[in-house]
Design a protein around this ligand. Structure first.
Ligand SMILES: [Zn+2]
Length: 122
């Protein structure tokens, strides 16, 4: 059984829920829910102070999204290295002849020079 994390109100610790079957004679009557650290007994499931999942603040929702956040919009796509005149590609690497360094097809560059779309493959 997966460990259940709780914030125990009795001992104040982040600890685990201990779940033990209760017997009346030989008959199982229920489960005792207690704190694994201090043994504090919880009356029933609704009393269990489950450790809340880490808060993920929802800073952004769809309505906040500005269109400017989309970098692959408009002009930007035309400044990609794969469209640049200095971009060369061989089986081992993609190379910028202008900066003499390895590049990615999806890099953008301030020294972009339009390659005239000669390497359009799509
Ligand atoms: Zn406790």
């Amino acid at each position: 059984m997966a460990a259940v994390e709780i914030n125990c109100p009795a001992c104040g610790r982040e600890t685990l829920l201990r779940r033990e079957p209760c017997f009346e004679g030989l008959r199982k009557t229920g489960e005792a829910l207690s704190c694994a650290s201090c043994g504090h007994l919880f009356a029933d499931e609704s009393q269990i102070p489950y450790k809340s999942a880490p808060q993920t603040p929802e800073l952004f929702d769809e309505s906040d999204r500005s269109p400017a956040a989309d970098v692959f919009d408009g002009d930007e796509t035309r400044r990609l290295c794969r469209h640049c005149a200095h971009y060369t590609v061989n089986p081992f690497l993609q190379w910028c002849a202008q900066h003499r360094r390895e590049v990615e097809a999806t890099d953008t560059c301030p020294d972009f020079e339009d390659g005239g779309g000669k390497d359009e493959e799509e």
